[in-house]
Design a protein around this ligand. Structure first.
Ligand code: NDP
Length: 301
């Protein structure tokens, strides 16, 4: 499955994450129908949102809609910001025990009085469709089957569709967050890439980037990565989503990579928006179906 535009000299192919994600959701819908025929139930995803952060509300709405569109069952819990942590933990406990729920997601960030680690670790690893539980991150790091963090999983799918075998490629990741940078590094290492992980203390960042056949930027700094940081012919995955104000006072989304500059050097790159972003929810649905299969003891791996 390739979803990229043809190359023109001096112009990177665009890796169309939106089209790739639409195709992935369609495949998932067919597999959900098969699952229902075989097991007599739909895969179920429970989403817990605590508080009323506007960005999280939009995200959660999209997740619920796309879950339902693929034929899965959606369980939606919207709790006030002041909900005690113990109540969220007891809801997770109920969902862990429910045979109708195969995946549980607690939308981050949580209000300040809650311990994100305690909440994440309360979810059964086999229902942890965000891939944040230490059992899943540990299994990922030793190369065992697991539920993998959705955004890096989406990046890997795009990279494999674009490049095929990644073995031996020099991969540089900017950012070492638990959600993106670290699992991305583990995934690429498992694909036999030579992986460098950079962060805010890295010296000579541009030099590291210039070695990369695969450059993944997950920083959260608008257009930080310049064209001359990129190795000619590299494949660039821009995870960043940054809202900036234009000179005319309007706001627009940009990535961590200076797109117009970078596209004259890279061979292929993801745009923002329409690159990595749409893959994240598609991979959440993929993980939910995967979790449902495993809970019915029919692994698709
Ligand atoms: P975090 O803030 O958790 O991590 C940012 C990372 O970037 C840190 O490791 C930090 O280093 C590093 N960093 C910060 N400044 C620099 C610098 N000047 N040079 C090198 N490294 C630097 O962010 P996330 O990983 O959660 O997200 C990164 C971006 O991706 C954001 O824009 C976010 O919105 C976006 N995102 C997009 C998703 C999608 O679906 N497309 C999903 C998740 C995130 P240090 O560790 O030293 O502080």
């Amino acid at each position: 499955m390739t979803h990229s535009s043809p190359t023109q000299p001096g112009k990177a192919r665009l890796i169309d994450g939106k089209a790739f994600a639409a195709q992935l959701r369609e495949d998932i819908s067919h597999r959900v129908a098969d699952f229902k025929n075989t097991h007599g139930i739909a895969p179920g995803l429970a989403v817990i949102l605590v508080g009323s952060d506007p960005a999280s509300q939009v995200y959660v709405r999209n997740k619920i809609r796309q879950t339902q569109e693929t034929g899965m069952q959606s369980f939606d819990y919207q709790l006030p910001a002041k909900t005690p942590e113990s109540e969220v933990l007891s809801l997770i406990d109920q969902l862990n025990q429910s045979p109708d729920v195969h995946g549980i997601l607690v939308q981050l960030p949580l209000p300040g009085h809650m311990d994100e680690h305690r909440i994440t670790e309360a979810i059964l690893p086999e229902k942890d469709v965000d891939g944040f539980h230490p059992v899943n991150t540990g299994r990922l790091s030793i190369g065992l089957p697991c539920l993998t963090s959705c955004t890096p999983l989406g990046c890997l799918m795009l990279l494999k569709a674009e490049l095929g075998d990644l073995s031996g490629k020099e991969a540089v990741i900017i950012g070492r967050s638990n959600m993106v940078g670290k699992p991305m590094a583990a995934l690429l290492l498992n694909e036999n890439c030579t992986v460098t992980v950079t962060h805010s203390h890295t010296q000579n960042l541009a030099e590291h980037c210039r070695r990369a056949d695969i450059l993944v930027a997950a920083v959260g700094r608008p257009e930080m990565v310049k064209g001359h940081w990129i190795k000619p012919g590299a494949t660039v995955i821009d995870v960043g989503i940054n809202r900036i104000e234009t000179a005319s006072g309007e706001s627009r989304l940009v990535g961590d990579v200076a797109f117009n500059d970078a596209k004259t050097v890279a061979a292929a790159m993801t745009p923002v928006p329409g690159g990595v972003g749409p893959m994240t929810i598609a991979c959440l649905l993929h993980n939910t179906l995967e979790a449902a299969h495993r809970q019915q003891s029919v692994s698709t791996i």
